[in-house]
Every structure is written in C-alpha cells, then in structure tokens.
Write a protein that binds this ligand. Structure first.
Ligand SMILES: [Zn+2]
Length: 164
C-alpha cells in the first residue's frame, strides 16, 4: 500500500495520511498564513473539512479524532454543509438539523467514540428503499461510500433507543 503512495505529495488528490485523512481536492482558496486550502475527507467517519496544505500530513479528523476545526475563513459553516457524520453530542444539540439533512441530503451517520453507531435516514428514502430492495443488507449495500462499513449485526436486532 505504501509503495504506490510513495510518489504522492501530501497535497495531491488521493494522498492519505497516517491518520487515514484523505485529500479530496485543492479548493483554490487560501487558508491560514496564505496557505492553500485543501478539502480533506476522513476515511473513518466520512466527515469532510478544509486543511492548510502544510498541515495535511499530520491532520486529525475534527469530527472523530479531536483534530482542529476546519481551517480558513467561514470554514466551520462549510464543514456543517459538507458533512454527513455527527458525533452523539452534535446530533443531540442539533437534532432538527440532522433530520432536515437526512430528508434533503441523504443518510446522516451518528458516530460514537469515532465509529459509526447509527444512521438517520429520511422516512421517504427509507420507505422507497425498503419497498424496492427488500432487505436491510441490500439497503446498506446500495448506500453511498462509507456506509458499507457499518455493523449490520446491530441493524438486524430490535430497534433500540438512541442514547442521546
Ligand atoms: Zn473522522
């Protein structure tokens, strides 16, 4: 794995650092100290955020690894727009927003201790997918990248209350 990544610079699209943070693309904008800003995606939870070029090699996910917030002006708003993953605390504080996004943008992942714990799916999407596909397994297999890693054992058991 490290062999063919050796040639990638830390600012190249596709570069993955030791914390499993992947460079999605250059934004063409400037961050702190006039550095270039890059869009980064966490391979663990799917959160997307912005990082200064010089920080990429050591960047930690702001969502699940206690990393710094997104860099650059207005960055926090952009993280909120681009993300599909929430910590339990965030979901609790902004539950209406989570529901809105689930309805409009698609499934929202709730993470606990940095791992996906639950997915909030809009009822319309749930109905259409379960009616068409039949099983939960097929539903998750057809879900966007990142949802395939979920623990399906839990999904098969009886619904449990979300511990908010
Ligand atoms: Zn993460």
């Amino acid at each position: 794995m490290s062999v063919h990544r050796k040639s990638l610079q830390t600012t190249d699209a596709g570069y993955v650092n030791r914390n499993r943070q992947k460079v999605v693309r250059a934004t063409g904008r400037r961050g702190d100290a006039n550095q270039k800003l890059y869009e980064i995606r966490c391979l663990d939870c799917g959160a997307e955020y912005l990082a200064n070029g010089a920080d990429i090699h050591e960047r930690l996910c702001p969502n699940c690894q206690n990393g710094r917030p997104s860099s650059g002006q207005n960055a926090e708003n952009e993280v909120a727009i681009g993300r599909a993953a929430w910590t339990v605390a965030e979901a609790k504080a902004r539950f209406s927003e989570v529901l809105d996004k689930a309805a409009v943008e698609g499934p929202q992942t709730i993470t606990r201790n940095g791992k996906p714990a639950a997915v909030i799916v809009g009822s319309g999407e749930w109905d259409s997918r379960t009616r068409r596909k039949g099983t939960l397994l097929e539903f998750f297999q057809s879900a966007p990248e990142g949802f395939a890693d979920l623990d399906l054992e839990r999904a098969k058991s009886a619904p449990r209350e979300l511990d908010l």
